[in-house]
Design a protein around this ligand. Sequence first.
Ligand SMILES: [Zn+2]
Length: 421
Amino acid sequence: MQKLILLLVFIINADLSFSQHPDKYILLKPDRVFDGETMQAGWVVLIKNKKIEQAGSMMFKLPAGTEIIELKGMTLLPGLIEGHSHLLLHPYNETSWNEQVLKESRAERTVRAVNHAKATLMAGFTTVRDLGTEGAMYDDVGLKESIEKGLTAGPRMIIATRAIVATGSYGPKLSVDNESIKGAAEADGEDALIKEIRTQIGNGADLIKIYADYRWGLNKDAQPTFTLDELKKAAEVIQSSGRKLVVHAVTAEAMKRATLAGTSTIEHGDKGTEEVFKLMKEKGVALCPTLSAGESILQYDGWKKGIDTAPQRVIDKKKSFQLALKSGVTICMGSDVGVFTHGDNAREMELMIEYGMKPVEVLRSSTSINADVFGYGNKIGRIKKDLFADLIAVDGDPSTDIKNIRKIKLVMKDGVVYKKE
Ligand SMILES: [Zn+2]
């Protein structure tokens, strides 16, 4: 009995100390606020613990003890969302993809990923959609959990785990006599696909990424892998779990199959035609163009941008991207970072403008549009009451000059300040 009373006293005390824990308020006073959709003048933003409590003109009473952060000359924005990252890869001009997958230990790859996650957050990207561990199995699950537990600083992670490829299509490839580990999980036919999808879901995948084509054509050109029926079945199984299908596709045919199957986004989409983009628009499929990945690889191969004439691949990519814009396809911001340096994600935003978008459209793609397309619009991507306090402040106005997006002065995630200059 005495023990029980003691236990009760302990519980009541614990409960009291919890309820007495004071709410933490922070008021942010920038020059202007990009709310995820438009630029607002005369706004302030009040944070209560992890969430946004107020956003607008100062018409509310400030709670006692509010910490005030003046952000003179700065723009406050929702934390940026990287739509296509690989935290478990590092730039291919340091170590080729094959060598990373075949020769680097999983421990080394994880240590690198921890550093990549920090660099990403400090660059103002408070969320990443991480699209495949490339041979590092389920290590994105542990990284995501470690960040959530506060063991290391990093962005929110929306993860794909291993991704799925058709047998024979993906690398690394050694000799016919020497099977190597693969950069993604191989599965073919409806039964095997269902099994692999459910395995990845069970192990922590927030979405499923499928490669609908790959460079396995007769001349190592990109050709479709999965049939339309395989993709449709995969989409059905993925969607019934409340998750989204994400498809890698470069060829018009694979893009078409992915769109008809019900993908949420198409990654890369280099060879998209007017017909395909029209279909994507009709079906509400977004394009994640990964402009910087293509340019980075060409530069690793010797192209000197600004000195040499643009390679045909750049000219073609620009054309197809502009065709997508003209067709009214929703454009995500996703760079394929990992191919190039983590923390340099803003390179994609700069290229989106160079290829034909307006700065404010790029800011939308990098915040509210990515959040909505990925299914996280009720949590992140806007400066709005009750959303998570993932916020950044930059010097100047990035809607007039996108270079300002690199001048990060404040990074807040979940109401916690990670950087303040
Ligand atoms: Zn990728």
